[in-house]
Write a protein of this length. Structure first.
Length: 84
């Protein structure tokens, strides 16, 4: 976030490229992490037959993955687009 604010004043295409590349890597990692967390939570609570928790967890997991994919897509668009 700080690098993005600094880049507003500098208007450097190299910094913009670096921020985009780092953002893609971060959100790809977050997507993998959230997927594993959802899987592990499901395996831990499915044995206890806690259906109320599983329903809430499914909604929150889907929201987390949705936000990860939206941010990943935005950084991919910045990374691949607007080449000068």
């Amino acid at each position: 976030i700080i690098a993005s604010i600094v880049n507003i004043f500098l208007a450097s295409s190299a910094i913009h490229f670096a921020i985009s590349a780092i953002g893609v890597l971060i959100f790809a990692g977050l997507t993998a992490y959230d997927t594993q967390r959802i899987k592990n939570d499901y395996l831990a609570h499915a044995q206890a037959m806690d259906s109320e928790w599983l329903a809430k967890s499914a909604i929150l997991g889907a929201l987390n993955l949705y936000l990860d994919f939206v941010n990943l897509f935005m950084f991919l668009l910045q990374f691949l687009g607007n080449r000068e």
